[in-house]
Design a protein around this ligand. Structure first.
Ligand SMILES: Nc1ncnc2c1ncn2[C@@H]1O[C@H](COP(=O)(O)OP(=O)(O)OP(=O)(O)O)[C@@H](O)[C@H]1O
Ligand SMILES: [Mg+2]
Length: 485
């Protein structure tokens, strides 16, 4: 039997999908217990909630009577007596309001879909409902803001309505200002900002907060740049199906993923694949920042600004300071939705960790993917290990189709167009892959040697593999031209 409690509307208790028939006090009891699923709620707290400060003569007995009625109405309900009160032994997932709390920032659309109307609508004359109902209404708005980050003309009707309902909620007003600007209605955008600024001043004596100021600045600076174009890989991509799934999963459930692994394992290449997939399947922005050439931690924020196409738009002629660049980045991403890829972070881990933490806190629509040989080590970071490609045994029937073999063969053919994987060459090829530990960069460098050496010679010389792999492709990044780099 599965029990679900729905609090985001009139209270409904479902047993295997069907609503149970419960009186008002029974619903109040279950609603109060479901605020803390799996936790004991004291008799005092329950009496207070159900009778609202005007308890009957023998409150514990009266409560016991309500409990008995509930148990009769829903046999098998996991409602247990446990000193000093009762507990409803359900997982958080069984209560819609708990799911709203868990999903509001990670999956805003799913969180909003749980909403059926005013929370606890049938119990609003009981005082205990006020605080949770207000909190859930707030979470619903947080989810809406998160979903609407980066909104444009298509979302304007919804934003108009939301702002009419919550005229002084700066997050929503900022989204509407930017959406008007994106829709080409810059005058309206500035007027909307001005109207809210005046109301804040007159009604609350406040100046606009950071979100609203950032929106106004973005409009004034005319920056809603076209998306930077991701580079296209010039060579084939092989394997990494499980890693791609894992990254998608971690990015759906969180906001920071680090592809972690040794040099040449394929972290950057995997990140590029993720970025392309994301660009193809969403309308979100995708920004790629290559950090290998950035030598100094203090250059990091300015380098990111440049890479996301914002340096030219700043009014600063000189190189911005760390603080200026950091503030500009928060403005730039405050109201955008998208994926920021920070590639090759290992030599700047501390600076990247600080900047990422800062941006994720300030910019609710942003998710970050980093590639690094070292973890950032900040809260919320999901690590996805990127190791060598698996090397099958020679007698494995699928060996010729293994990702390592295909990768090596793809690169071998550009060095030697006559190269083919045959039953005769396969064992030797697998031997080479094994000696190179299935590391993609090493495989590519070895395959490049086929221009001058045969496969057998390569295999034979692999004992001195570092010397063998020095040289090869001239366009490889300097840091990757040999394995020592
Ligand atoms: N799955 C793959 N399919 C095809 N080629 C790959 C794959 N993984 C890596 N490569 C190739 O191997 C080489 C090294 O990969 P990459 O630069 O992504 O490694 P990395 O882990 O980022 O290394 P570093 O730590 O030095 O930055 C690149 O030329 C890349 O194109
Ligand atoms: Mg890399």
């Amino acid at each position: 039997m599965t029990v679900a409690v729905e609090l985001l509307g009139p209270v409904v208790v479902r047993v295997d999908g069907a609503p149970a028939d419960l009186g008002v006090r029974a619903r109040a009891l279950l609603a109060r217990l479901a605020l803390d699923p799996g936790r004991v709620v004291s008799v005092d707290a329950l009496v207070d909630a159900l009778w609202d400060g005007a308890p009957p003569a023998a409150p514990a007995n009266a409560l016991q009577a309500v409990v008995s009625r509930v148990r009769r109405a829903v046999p098998g309900l996991p409602l247990a007596a446990r000193a000093p009160g009762y507990l409803l032994d359900l997982p958080r997932d069984a209560v819609d309001a708990c799911r709203l709390e868990d999903l509001a920032t990670t999956d805003p659309a799913a969180a909003e879909a749980l909403w059926r109307g005013e929370p606890l609508a049938d119990l609003r004359d009981l005082a205990f409902t006020a605080a949770p109902a207000a909190r859930w209404a707030e979470l619903r708005l947080v989810a809406a803001e998160r979903r609407l980050a980066g909104a444009g003309a298509a979302q304007l009707p919804e934003l108009d309505r939301l702002v009419a309902e919550h005229p002084l909620r700066e997050g929503l007003v900022a989204l509407r200002v930017l959406a008007l600007h994106r829709a080409g209605r810059t005058t309206d955008a500035l007027a909307a900002h001005e109207q809210t600024r005046r109301r804040l001043a007159e009604e609350l004596g406040l100046d606009p907060g950071p979100a609203l100021r950032a929106a106004q600045l973005a409009v004034l600076r005319e920056e809603e740049p076209e998306r930077p174009v991701l580079r296209t890989a010039l060579t084939s991509f092989r394997g990494r199906v499980a890693e791609l799934d894992l990254v998608a999963d971690r990015l759906a459930g969180g906001r920071l993923v680090t592809l972690l692994g040794p040099g040449g394992a394929g972290k950057t290449r995997l990140a590029l694949e993720v970025a392309h997939q994301r660009e193809a399947s969403t309308s979100d922005g995708v920004w790629w920042v290559e950090l290998a050439p950035v030598g100094e931690p203090r250059q990091l924020p300015a380098a990111v600004l440049t890479a996301v196409g914002q340096r030219t738009a700043t009014t600063l002629e000189r190189v911005p300071t760390v603080v200026e660049a950091g503030a500009r980045l928060r403005e730039v991403f405050a109201s955008r939705r998208g994926l920021l890829v920070l590639d090759n972070c290992e030599h700047l881990v501390d600076a990247v960790a600080r900047l990422t933490d800062d941006l994720l806190t300030a910019c609710p629509g942003l998710v970050v993917l980093t590639t690094s040989r070292e973890a950032l080590g900040i809260p919320g970071e999901a690590l996805v290990p990127v190791g060598p490609l698996p090397v099958p045994d020679a007698d494995d029937p699928g060996a010729a189709d293994a990702d390592v073999v295909r990768l090596f063969a793809d690169r071998a053919r550009s060095a030697d167009p006559s190269f083919a994987v045959t039953p005769a060459t396969l064992p030797l090829l697998l031997e080479v892959c094994r000696r190179l530990d299935g590391m993609p960069l090493a495989l590519e460098l070895a395959a490049a040697r086929l221009r001058t050496l045969g496969l057998a010679q390569i295999a034979a010389r692999l004992d001195d593999r570092f010397a063998l792999l020095t040289g090869g492709s001239r366009v490889a990044l300097p840091r990757q031209q040999t394995l020592r780099a």
